[in-house]
Design a protein around this ligand. Structure first.
Ligand code: 5GP
Ligand code: SF4
Ligand code: MG
Length: 443
């Protein structure tokens, strides 16, 4: 998971990119970067941490030019290191290129070894740099022609924004794992991971970049090219469950509504009466609200979240993760004491967060805990850009629901069914990647 943004033909390109990245911050907090083009040269600023820590007012003034791209990084493949911050810039046989990548290539190592044998020198350990080398090595002079040769060699998930000194390109892999959308603001074009990045700059949504599509924005026009056939659409269903912001629209579906449907479905599949419904904020808020509305059990804030720390899961080291889980949430005793409580969470990965939350609820004096999970059991790791752990660490890959219930120490535990989860999106099963729930990998 990462957030990407690009804008073409705006005199405040870097400021708008900064705002776009701000609204995509939930997609990665490890590093942020903006590269702008003033038609002759590229200017760039990259740094570790969140958007507001990385860019100063002065930085944005220096990043001049009418085209800019930006990236917020969440580390998966490639170490957590400033050298792996994006966008990556190279000067190569095709001239100046900058790239921002969301996703993960499954054949990056193979491609990299091959390129290194041919003499390529890599500056980063990311899979994204491989794409630039392949473009540079390609014999075609024209960017579109070289992309048509290079992209079919890539296997895995990639939503890309590519910039040359005078043009912007948006690319989505043939499976469409990660989102990428097109927006417009007067005469400027925008590419972004999510629609919330258009809202913040008052831009209009035009359409999604389609799987297997290259959009070229050049000389004031947008042109579309296909580089492969789409055989199996595989949008990551976790975009609806957890990754995307609830105020974004994805594939025509409001993420907020989908999450409320997940909560409703949890109740319909396994009706449980209780005194109060609470969520694990913020990721399960909409699902918990959906549960409360359909069940007529009141919704209340059982946990207060401290917003001044990043997402626990995203911290790359286990030691840091353990620490931040404790400081992230605090229970509200008045809401919980002597109550039979429905707790809605979006997912259980390792089970460590849930275990801590349950301990806190007991300490706050709850009478009963009924844990409801708005995604099915995660039994397989993700290889398409999400930092889910190995099978060994995935609790549902090793224990059944009753064993997990027992480990967590709750009165009942219910995961939404796979069917219920898919139906909550209002889209058909064939649109999705479901590999972490089924072990059935599209690639
Ligand atoms: P765990 O079970 O590993 O202790 O934590 C699971 C929680 O981490 C979920 O409630 C979810 O909100 C949060 N989380 C943070 N990042 C991710 C992610 O990349 N994938 C999933 N499924 N959950 C995540
Ligand atoms: Fe999304 Fe799971 Fe597929 Fe990864 S394996 S892309 S997290 S649905
Ligand atoms: Mg959560």
């Amino acid at each position: 998971m990462c957030g990407i943004f690009g804008i073409y033909n705006h005199r405040d390109a870097s400021e708008l990119t900064y705002l776009g990245l701000y609204s995509l911050q939930h997609r990665g907090q490890e590093s942020a970067g903006i590269v702008s083009s003033n038609a002759e040269r590229f200017l760039s600023k990259l740094g570790e941490g969140e958007v507001q820590e990385v860019f100063s007012k002065e930085d944005l003034i220096k990043l001049d030019g009418k085209i800019a791209i930006g990236h917020v990084r969440y580390s998966t493949y490639g170490a957590s290191d400033i050298r792996n911050a994006q966008p990556i810039v190279v000067k190569c046989s095709k001239g100046l290129l900058a790239i921002a990548h969301n996703g993960n290539l499954v054949n990056a190592k193979i491609l990299r070894n091959k390129l290194e044998k041919e003499g390529a020198i890599f500056q980063t350990t990311t899979d994204s740099e491989v794409i630039l080398h392949l473009i540079s090595h390609s014999k075609e002079k024209n960017i579109i022609e070289s992309l048509k040769k290079v992209l079919p060699q890539l296997k895995g998930a990639y939503s890309l924004i590519l910039m040359t000194p005078t043009a912007l390109y948006g690319i989505r892999d043939p499976y469409g794992f990660r989102p990428l959308i097109i927006g417009k603001l007067s005469n400027s074009y925008i590419l972004a991971s999510e629609t919330c990045a258009l809202d913040i700059i008052s831009a209009k949504f035009v359409r999604e970049v389609e799987p297997s599509e290259i959009v070229e924005i050049k000389d004031g026009e947008l042109k579309s090219y296909k580089f492969a056939h789409t055989t199996k659409r595989s949008l990551c269903i976790f975009e609806y469950i957890y990754f995307s912001r609830p105020d974004s629209i994805l594939c025509g579906q409001s993420v907020y509504n989908v999450r409320k449907n997940l909560g409703k479905t949890l109740y319909i599949e396994n009706p449980t009466e209780a005194d109060v419904v609470i969520s694990v904020p913020d990721s399960a808020n909409s699902a918990a609200l959906g549960y409360a509305q359909i069940s007529n059990i009141k919704f209340d804030f059982g946990f207060i979240r401290n917003h001044y720390i990043g997402r626990t899961f995203i911290q790359p080291k286990q030691k840091i993760r353990d620490f931040s889980a404790k400081i992230k949430y605090n229970p509200v005793k008045d809401v919980l004491k002597n109550k039979k409580v429905i707790v809605v969470d979006d997912s259980i990965v390792r089970g460590t967060t849930s275990k801590k939350l349950i301990t806190m609820l007991k300490y706050a004096g709850v009478k009963e805990i009924h844990l409801r999970i708005a995604s099915s059991p995660i039994i397989s790791p993700c290889v398409y850009g999400i930092d889910t752990p190995t099978k060994k660490e995935l609790i549902a890959a090793n224990y059944n629901v009753e064993e997990i219930r027992n480990f967590l120490g709750v009165n009942s535990l219910y995961y939404i069914s796979l069917k219920g989860m898919i139906e909550s999106t209002n889209l058909k099963e064939e649109n999705f990647c479901l590999a972490c729930f089924t072990g059935d990998y599209p690639i």
